[in-house]
Design a binder for this molecule. Structure first.
Ligand code: IVH
Length: 680
């Protein structure tokens, strides 16, 4: 590969991996499965190894996991929580064994002893016990700082509040995995369906969502469980010299340890043990996505040490995603918010790894043709932990040839408009962006949502109704509806109709950033909308902005700039914007920035801002943090009020954090503050 090609590839891989990282760790909404992520990550590592001078500062190889999000209080790890490098086949395990021996040199024993453990697909957590009592719990976060989840961990029944036995450590940092067993997961989804709530796609996302709730009563109704697999600090106790003995000791204190853990001699036995575990995979009561192999001797672990992200003495083996065969009963075509047509395979229900699957994604028309899909034929379906299953293959048997091929529709299934296929993109779209009922429904759902116009009471069912009944045939119609119109809807009394009308009225003065976000410009989410509002200060200035002007906004690149420009260049969209304004949507302008000097300071997130510090900061003394904020032009006060701009929350932050959250004040953690200070 040439240097030029490598640079180009890194410029693609790094932002893409960072995006997936954020989806996985911060939003609990992965778009790709772990294996695809790992393979991409591997490609990044190899490219960086070949061209070390090209390593980008924002490369995910320089970090562990995703950065913490605000909302929960930061939780610092005394010893960083690392991740593991991966192996995908037996040879890569043999290489790992070779590397260990080579690095250990002549001191290496003839045959290395390994612990082989199931790799649970859950959420990594650290639990702190002091004098036997559970006093802290945090997620992994970026490996150094995660989020405090003690309030939710306390609701997990298999985690003891107090250790049992003699000779307990004075302080113990336990690490392990919080997860759902499949029975608990299904039970919870059944309850949610009964209540009319959305079900969770898979146990991992459900576990992550439950643990990162702010309200422990919500976590408590989700039956989570825990296995410990390692530890950080262990003070006041003599820990055994072998990993599995350590786990046994931890187990004797009442902490759940996975009974499948095994001790094996030599890498070939490791390979066999992993195969055995793979056989059991479908009958386990929880999901595993691989096996973890660790050198059992702690002294050898210490000798080998770490590289940036992971220990040299351990490796994760990833199983290929489980596959099953079933019958393709039908293919449906869904229309998304932007008009993209997504084919969906309807399958004869089949169990894969403990989850029943009846639906799978088919990316696009090419995908359907390549798979040679026929209605009624047998297909192979692959299911991974984090995404909707996908059809990977048609089984070409005698029956296949005589079955009808799946036809991609020529017209929109919702509005009959002829579909268009963009030249170089694989996507097929319905071009009727404004009035296609499917797109309109999705556009309105987005428009009324909390991060946009926040029209209270306007739930999904109501949106469906107003579109179905043709009360709303274009977005701006929402503001033309009268009380009498609302009253015609199902289950809508006069009082509720009045309330709705009032919510609609209130939304007319929604601040600019939300009103921009509400327009549903593709690639413009809440934070981009905020940046646009901050920069252009009025809707008219935004509409007038050229692609070059747009590119000047921090964080906005060519693609987003082009999308914004395209949106306002489109006559239909502009007509809607104009009509929204005619119907009283204000898009209120922001006051002009006082002068040029101040404008430059928009780049300084501290200057002129009022800060409040609360909780214990992981590294900075509060007085030092204050000094540095003052030096950067900010001010620090003792209590949270409307005037506060930023709350810096440390561990065990209490009422100030709650108040700041109520007031919608920006909450950051210490690493963010430090990053701000360092950026000046
Ligand atoms: S040991 C320094 N053992 O996999 C090594 N990790 O990529 C510490 N995981 O987030 C990890 N099962 O939470 C270890 N039996 C197991 C595991 C396990 C799942 C998770 C772990 C970490 C990730 C590593």
């Amino acid at each position: 590969m040439s240097e030029e090609a490598a640079k180009q590839r890194l410029d693609e891989l790094v932002p893409e991996l960072n995006r997936h990282n954020k989806l996985y760790h911060v939003k609990d909404a992965a778009e790709i499965d772990d294996r695809s992520y790992d393979l991409m990550f591997r490609e990044l590592e190899l490219t960086e190894a070949a061209f070390p001078t090209l390593i980008r500062n924002d490369s995910p190889t320089l970090r562990v996991g995703g950065a913490p999000v605000s909302g929960l209080v930061p939780f610092a790890h005394d010893v960083p929580m690392l991740s593991l490098s991966n192996a995908f086949n037996a040879d890569e395990l043999r290489d790992f064994d070779q590397r260990c021996r080579k690095k250990l040199g002549k001191d290496a024993p003839e045959v290395l002893s390994y612990a082989v453990e199931a790799k649970l697909d859950g959420l990594a957590a650290e639990l702190i016990f002091e004098d036997g009592h559970l006093v802290g719990a945090g997620t992994r976060g970026d490996g150094r700082v995660g989020e405090n989840i003690l309030h939710n961990v306390r609701t997990i029944r298999t985690i003891p509040r107090h250790l049992i036995g003699l000779n307990l450590p004075t302080r113990l940092a336990l690490r392990g995995e919080i997860f759902f067993d499949l029975a608990g997961f299904h039970e919870m989804n059944r309850r949610r369906t009964a209540r009319g709530d959305k079900t969770f796609e898979n146990p991992r996302n459900a576990a992550a969502g439950a643990v990162r709730q702010l309200d422990p009563s919500l976590a408590a109704e989700r039956p989570l469980t825990f296995f410990a697999h390692s530890h950080g600090q262990a003070d006041g106790v003599e820990m055994p010299e072998h990993h599995l003995e350590q786990l046994a000791l931890i187990g004797s204190w009442g902490i759940p340890i996975n009974p499948l853990n095994r001790l094996v001699e030599g890498i070939e036995s490791v390979i066999n043990a992993i195969a055995d575990l793979g056989e059991q995979r479908n009958s386990l009561p929880y999901e595993i996505d691989g096996a973890v192999v660790k050198l059992n001797d702690i002294q050898l672990q210490t000798d080998l040490g770490f590289v940036t992200r992971s220990p040299r003495w351990a490796i994760a083996y990833k199983y290929p995603p489980p596959r099953v065969q079933t019958v393709l009963e039908d293919v449906g075509f869904q229309v998304g918010r932007t008009g993209a047509i997504t084919p969906v395979a309807w399958l004869k229900p089949v169990r894969v790894g403990g989850v029943t699957v009846s639906r799978a994604t088919l990316h696009n028309a090419d995908n359907i043709r390549e798979l040679d899909l026929r209605i009624g034929s047998t297909v192979s379906v692959e299911r991974t932990g984090d995404v909707i299953p996908k059809v990977v293959e048609s089984i070409i048997d005698e029956a296949h040839a005589n079955l009808p091929a799946v036809q991609f529709p020529l017209n929109c299934p919702e509005c009959a408009t002829p579909l268009v296929r963009e030249d170089d993109a694989a996507a097929t779209r319905c071009p009727n962006t404004l009035t296609c009922p499917a797109q309109l429904t999705a556009t309105i759902r987005h428009f009324v949502s909390r991060g946009a116009m926040d029209i209270e009471g306007m739930g999904a069912k109501l949106v469906d109704q107003v579109v179905e009944r043709r009360l709303v045939t274009r977005l701006s119609d929402l503001y033309a509806l009268q009380l009498a119109d609302w009253c015609t809807l199902e289950r809508m009394g006069r009082k509720s109709a009045e309330n709705l009308l009032e919510s609609v009225e209130k939304s007319r003065s929604r601040p600019l950033e939300y009103a921009i976000a509400a327009l549903g410009i593709s690639e413009v989410g809440e934070s981009t909308a905020r940046d646009l509002a901050q920069q252009f200060r009025s809707l008219d200035a935004l509409i007038a902005a050229t692609v070059e002007d747009l590119c000047e906004v921090r964080g906005i690149g060519d693609i987003v700039a082009a999308k914004v420009r395209q949106f306002f260049d489109d006559e239909g969209h502009m007509a809607e914007v104009i009509r929204l304004r005619e119907l009283g949507v204000l898009f209120p302008s922001l006051p002009d920035l006082p002068d040029a000097a101040e404008a430059v300071d928009a780049d300084n997130p501290i200057n002129g801002k009022r800060f409040v510090l609360t909780g214990t900061l992981p590294t900075l003394k509060r007085s030092d943090a204050k000094k540095q904020i003052l030096a950067a032009g900010g001010s620090v006060s003792g209590s949270v009020s409307q005037k506060t701009d930023v709350l810096v929350a440390g561990e065990a932050a209490g009422s100030k954090l709650t108040k700041a959250q109520e007031l919608g004040i920006l909450v950051i953690d210490e690493p963010t503050l430090i990053a701000w200070l360092e950026s000046l």
